[in-house]
Design a protein around this ligand. Structure first.
Ligand SMILES: Cc1ncc(COP(=O)(O)O)c(C=O)c1O
Length: 360
């Protein structure tokens, strides 16, 4: 049977959930405890906007009917508010699907894709699934190194992924660095900027890649409702780009990829600006609380613009990970990202951070 599988998949593995990847109830069952803080998925611990919950609840009675395949109501609103045309916006089943569709639409076997490292794992996985070659470029001081990316460009380079802010470091590419990349990266190379955590950013030197849409055609921006909007399992992501880029993606999009509940939930959440502000403020406050706890424990960390923090444990992080997990606090061992001394800790509620402080 193995012969049936495309050779490009030989280096890929199915997603095998480990403890930090399991649903909370299953973690509780396995640990035999009622109290669990799941700080491994960068989820919003406060849940969706009440307005989104109400809208999704109302929509349940229509689940027997196929939804609007192109999600026009949501798409038109997002496009209008972001200052682009509806033909410049595509809705997807989370940002993950958009990453896969992007590689499907634009990559041929043998082409090269530049990916900073460490970063979100799906860029390399989707690239390899198409038979293309991920070329990893190390970060510099835990920040994406624009000059190093530009140095790696060859005639075979087809795409560059930039996660801004970056997962797992929480660091940003500044406005100036982004401008340099836009200008110096050849116009035939698709620059994909993943802004999954954009809604949390407060640093004034940050610029969304949206501001470069007019000057660069080969640009795709990825967003999601899974993080600050707290709609992770509603599965709504979206891409913004030049109409020709979006058109290519629309050719490979399964027609009913974004479900009915997700569409109305995302729309209501998008319009609930007060809720978004509240969640951002709470995150900033709780993140400072986490910083203070880490400092008290003499642990260093990378200052973050997101809802997670990369922490240097100054020892093998697996030891600390196991100790926390035993108590019910589930964080991410960054060995997964090639950082065996680090943990990535999602900013939780204040009480979760307090508990972490007591347990560390
Ligand atoms: C940088 C980044 N991009 C994309 C995603 C995927 O998000 P979604 O839930 O929208 O598929 C994540 C999820 O953790 C992420 O960290």
């Amino acid at each position: 049977m193995a012969k049936l599988t495309r050779p490009s998949l030989n280096n890929l593995r199915p997603f095998e959930p480990e403890l930090p990847d399991l649903p909370i109830d299953e973690i509780k069952r396995r640990l035999g405890t009622e109290r669990v803080a799941k700080l491994s998925f960068n989820e919003n611990p406060y849940g969706p906007s009440p307005r989104a919950i109400e809208a999704m609840h109302k929509e349940l009675t229509a689940l027997h009917l196929y939804q609007d395949a192109s999600g026009d109501a949501l798409r038109a609103t997002l496009a209008r508010d972001l200052g682009v045309g509806p033909d410049q916006l595509i809705l997807t089943n989370g940002a993950d699907e958009l990453i896969l569709l992007t590689t499907l639409a634009f990559l041929d076997p043998g082409e090269e894709v530049i990916i900073p490292s460490p970063t979100f794992g799906q860029y390399a996985a989707s690239t390899m699934a198409m038979g293309a070659k991920p070329l990893k470029v190390p970060l510099r001081d835990f920040r994406i190194d624009v000059n190093a990316i530009l140095e790696q460009v060859t005639p075979r380079t087809k795409m560059v992924f930039v996660c801004n802010p970056n997962n797992p470091t929480g660091t940003i590419v500044s406005r100036g660095e982004l401008a340099q990349l836009m200008q110096e990266l050849h116009e035939d190379i698709l620059l994909v900027v993943d802004e999954a955590y954009v809604d949390y950013v407060t640093d004034p030197s940050y610029n969304s890649a949206l501001d470069f849409l007019r000057s660069r055609k080969a640009l795709l921006i990825i967003r999601t409702f899974s993080k600050l909007h707290g709609l992770a399992s509603a599965r709504v992501g979206f891409g913004i780009g030049h109409a020709s880029i979006i058109d290519s993606l629309q050719r490979v999009r399964p027609p009913f990829n974004v479900n009915r509940i997700g569409q109305v939930g995302a729309l209501a959440s998008w319009q609930d600006v007060a809720y978004q502000d509240t969640i951002r403020d709470l995150n900033t406050e709780n993140r400072q609380y986490l910083y203070d706890i880490l400092t008290e424990h003499k642990l260093s960390y990378i200052p973050s613009e997101t809802n997670f923090v990369l922490v240097d444990t100054h020892q093998e992080a697996a030891t600390v990970y196991k100790r926390l997990a035993k108590a019910g606090i589930i964080v991410r061992d960054a060995a997964l990202f090639g950082l065996p001394r680090h943990l990535r800790i999602t900013v939780g509620r204040k009480e979760d951070m307090l508990w972490l402080g007591e347990t560390l």
